[in-house]
Design a protein around this ligand. Structure first.
Ligand SMILES: Cc1ncc(COP(=O)(O)O)c(C=O)c1O
Length: 477
């Protein structure tokens, strides 16, 4: 593709994306395709000769679009959001255009230095502990996902607890780790990958609001020590996946310090709320954390993938992850004056992700980002009040930020029917969870373009579905 052809088709593609942004609200949020339906429309063999670009774009529209879940619809309320925004997409385009691989400072100094700079900005913007800034002993790095950040934290905790021995000889000590049943599954996955084993992950009891009980954490650590095991890692969550519960960091932190356990704080969705001073209560006690991560690709209007991971002691992280083959040696690394982010993550290669985050922060400004977060939280609080004032529904968890969990009092079957009816309508999309073994609807308000009218329309749909539970109308009519 020559630069002129690229210019022509690039403009077409930008128009395509802009048209999509304009139309996305009108599409059914969830696709209604059967398994295999998309593949059945694709040729079995790859093309021998190159094809015209407009033919490729036509197939995107005709074949792929019907099989897309419209995460960017303002009527998307499921899971946690996975947002994008104009400046983020444009930053991503330039990143792809430059196509740099920033594994070392030397392989693209701008890629490394912008990343360090933007992560330092985020420490200021979210008012994070100063020891996460690059001019301290710690610092930040962009990972693809919270799962990767957590894995890096677990491996570092493992190495700290065994003085680097696990990396040499394999995991020999009987290491234990602590989380709750509400902790994201990526923690158990990380525990498995790091060789600790699921059986050594203790699920600490939670209180009536799904928060880790620090007294139970202390007891679990003491029991493991008494049995000759070596506790090494705690994951506390700020904004759990099921209900956005906030573990009490100010209680958990001193316990970790007393027993020398690595404290990782996973704030994948909720961390963004700390842009606003009035929501910084979520980070009370964060100064105890050894590491922390949050995902701008969830609620900070930056397209997937982008997780920001901060550590208190960057030397501990790089000691755990660095292997230096001769072919990567270079003068800049040896000078000790640069950061080589390859040592801060699992893969070697890395994209120029900081670019899109920089575009987002500069385009919206702190004030613009705060305004969107405030609006989402306010809408979720309205929704919680509507739920509370409808006697057919029961709220299932507190709403500290932008997620409302509720159920129909008629039970699981009625709640499931409402979920199927709303999602089947294509007009809104919710997801579900199980809380104390009861089915709950989850409605998270955080899509970049969601406004009050979208939340009101979704609530009307839910209420109508509840009305029809008692009528003879078939579900989905
Ligand atoms: C609290 C929490 N942690 C971690 C994750 C995993 O995020 P990622 O897809 O970035 O690995 C999620 C995903 O929703 C989450 O809710």
């Amino acid at each position: 593709m020559s630069p002129d052809e690229f210019r022509h088709w690039g403009r077409e593609v930008v128009d395509w994306i802009a048209d999509y942004m304009e139309r996305v609200e009108a599409y059914p949020v969830a696709p209604s395709v059967e398994p295999g339906e998309i593949r059945a429309q694709l040729p079995a063999q790859p093309p021998e000769e190159g094809e015209p670009f407009d033919a490729i774009l036509r197939d995107v529209n005709a074949i792929l679009l019907p099989g897309v879940m419209h995460w960017q619809s303002p009527n998307f309320f499921g899971y946690f959001p996975c947002n994008n925004s104009g400046p983020s997409i444009l930053g991503e385009m330039i990143s792809a255009g430059l196509g740099v691989q920033g594994m070392l400072w030397a392989t693209s100094p701008a890629c490394t230095e912008l990343e360090t700079h933007v992560l330092d900005w985020l420490v200021e913007l979210l008012d994070l502990p100063r020891h996460f800034k690059s001019d301290s002993l710690g610092g930040g790095v962009i990972q693809d996902s919270a799962s990767s950040a957590t894995l890096c934290a677990i491996v570092t905790a493992r190495e700290r607890a065994t003085a680097g021995q696990s990396n040499q000889t394999g995991v020999v000590a009987s290491l234990t780790a602590y989380a709750t049943a509400q902790t994201h599954s990526s923690v158990e996955k990380g525990i498995r990958i790091a060789g600790l084993g699921s059986d050594n992950l203790r699920l600490v009891e939670t209180d009536d609001q799904y928060r880790m009980r620090s007294d139970r954490l202390r007891q679990a650590i003491a029991a493991d020590l008494a049995a000759g095991r070596k506790p090494c890692f705690v994951c506390a969550t700020v904004g759990t996946t099921s209900t956005t519960a906030i573990d009490p960091l100010a209680e958990i932190g001193p316990i970790c310090r007393q027993y020398d356990l690595w404290l990782h704080v996973d704030a994948a969705l909720a961390g963004t709320a700390a842009l606003c001073p009035e929501f910084r209560f979520i980070h009370e006690g964060l100064e105890w954390a050894d590491s922390y991560c949050f995902n701008p690709h969830k609620w900070m209007f930056t397209n997937f993938d982008c997780d920001c991971f901060f550590v208190r002691d960057r030397a501990a992280l790089t000691r755990a992850l660095s292997v230096l083959p001769d072919y990567l040696r270079n003068k800049a690394t040896e000078s000790g004056k640069v950061i080589d982010y390859r040592d801060w993550q699992i893969p070697l290669g890395r994209r120029f992700r900081a670019l899109k985050l920089w575009f987002v922060i500069r385009w919206f400004g702190a004030a613009g980002l705060k305004a969107m977060v405030r609006e989402h939280v306010a809408l979720a609080q309205h929704l919680a009040r509507w739920v509370d004032s409808d006697p057919r529904f029961e709220r299932m968890a507190p709403v500290p930020l932008n997620l409302v969990c509720f159920r129909h009092r008629g039970g699981d079957a009625a709640t499931q029917q409402i979920l199927d009816r709303v999602n089947g309508s294509g007009k809104a999309f919710l997801s579900h969870t199980r809380l104390r073994d009861r089915l709950a609807l989850r409605m998270c308000i955080g899509q970049t373009h969601t406004q009050r009218r979208h939340v009101e329309a979704a609530w009307r749909l839910i209420a109508e579905a509840a009305d029809d539970l008692h009528s003879d109308k078939p579900s989905g009519s």
